[in-house]
Design a protein around this ligand. Structure first.
Ligand code: AMP
Length: 367
């Protein structure tokens, strides 16, 4: 089977690495000749909407998926006329728009932070009256890793942010004093079979994921079931296939939906060593109509991103239970260039070695 992947970043690379044992082959489409997945599979370099590049990419493929959620929906739709494309392009379209995804989940009865559409100054004023202060003003599209958003504490600050963010295509959200951020990785097969990984606790810095702890410390079955119920609604509504990531804010035993990604996710990298079946393999199993693998955790894992730094490989590998993933990318400030997963049999052992992991990943304190 030949799998085509839109996007050639590290997620595509890790999908391919997990698919080779199953006898799959991979081709990527990415505008950059440097795309790091090109080191492990065939890379077609071209714009996502370039007809000639799309045709070269599609030639001889059995199915198409994506590893990058800002792929133009039109590219996925055009490919879907000829080939199976999963997850459904509809899910991609909704996940690209912060207003659409929150409205969609709210429509399914899933709690979200209070939010309002903002395209005019008048809508900004009405929005502030509705959601209160402090609030976050965000671009609806294109923002990621904390870019394209501003925390505002007063109407004046909100107006300045409104202009700085372009004055339209915005969403205003009430600031949620969450206790922590968690994510749920869900997977649904072509036949409707579903599986869920345990909730993961995530810590961000400057809007970029720094550290994931899995399963989330102190996770209760009640919270897990709540998250699974929310994900299940989205999966069923779309007739979804593949991995879906939900990012949620936890307040006590409540969960508020923040955003989703219709793809494998950074907060699921720990599953490579920390779960019976990785998110990457399960994404592929799902799309191929194969039985899903167990999502059970193997002990306790911490995953630290390597952001703009190259660690001392020998030092990382000298730590028992540490697994280094280097993406083969050029190191630049703020860029995700690799990750380290540390696996332990008990939470106590993992907690003891966490500071060492953060030092190896050169994570600025405190995380
Ligand atoms: P986003 O790109 O929308 O996921 O936002 C990036 C980060 O900003 C999130 O991971 C949160 O840490 C924070 N954030 C986003 N929205 C809110 C909100 N409504 N209330 C509090 N913090 C938020």
């Amino acid at each position: 089977m030949r799998v085509g992947i839109l996007g050639g970043g590290q997620l595509g690379r890790m999908l391919a690495l997990s698919g080779y044992p199953l006898g799959l082959s991979f081709r990527f489409l990415d505008p950059s000749p440097e795309a790091c997945a090109g080191q492990v599979g065939e890379l077609v370099v071209g714009d996502y909407l370039d007809g000639e590049a799309l045709a070269r990419f599609a030639e001889g493929l059995d199915l198409v998926t994506y590893e990058f959620e800002n792929v133009p929906v039109e590219a996925a739709q055009r490919l879907a006329e000829k080939l199976p494309v999963y997850p459904p392009p509809k899910a991609l379209e909704i996940a690209q728009d912060r207003l659409a995804e929150k409205s969609f989940m709210q429509g399914l009865g899933v709690p979200t932070p209070p939010f309002r559409r903002v395209d005019t100054l008048e809508e900004l004023r009405e929005g502030l009256a509705a959601v209160g202060l402090p609030a976050l003003l965000k671009t609806r599209r294109g923002g990621y890793d904390g870019k394209g958003q501003a925390l505002v504490h007063s109407p004046e600050e909100a107006e300045r942010a409104f202009h700085a963010l372009g004055g339209q295509g915005l969403i205003l959200e009430g600031f949620v004093p969450f206790h922590r951020e968690v994510s749920l990785l869900a997977v649904r097969g072509l036949g409707g079979e579903v599986a869920f990984y345990p909730l993961v606790a995530n810590r961000h810095q400057g809007g970029i994921l720094r550290l994931s702890l899995a399963p989330a410390p102190g996770l209760t079955s009640k919270l897990q079931e709540k998250a699974e119920g929310y994900a299940q609604k989205a999966l069923e509504a779309w007739g979804y296939a593949g991995v879906l990531a939900l990012e949620l804010f936890q307040m006590g035993e409540e969960l508020l939906f923040n955003e989703m990604a219709p793809r494998v996710h950074n907060s699921g990298h720990w599953t490579i060593e920390g779960a019976e079946t990785s998110q990457f393999e399960n994404h592929l199993r799902a799309l191929l109509g194969l039985p899903l693998g167990s999502t059970a955790p193997r002990g306790y894992s911490a995953m630290a991103n390597l952001i703009g730094v190259e660690p001392d490989f020998a030092q990382v590998l000298a730590l028992p239970g540490a697994h280094l993933h280097w993406y083969g990318k050029e190191v630049r400030p703020g860029r995700k260039v690799g990750h380290i997963t540390l696996r332990r049999d008990t939470w106590e052992d993992l907690a003891r070695d966490l500071p060492h992991l953060l030092t190896l990943a050169q994570t600025p304190e405190p995380v």
